[in-house]
Design a protein. Structure first.
Length: 49
């Protein structure tokens, strides 16, 4: 997993971590972005795809 910090296009410019997630199943590798951000007042990171 590889993460970079950026402003999220989907959550009103909140700073997020964007990860590239590689999923291997049946010899197919799918790479899709994962956005992690922390909503105001919460301690946990939330994942949005």
């Amino acid at each position: 997993l590889l993460f970079t910090a950026m402003k999220c296009p989907r959550c009103k410019g909140e700073p997020v971590l964007v990860g590239r997630y590689e999923e291997e199943n049946r010899k197919k590798v799918r790479i899709f972005p994962i956005y992690l951000y922390r909503p105001k007042g919460k301690k946990e990171l939330e994942v949005i795809r």
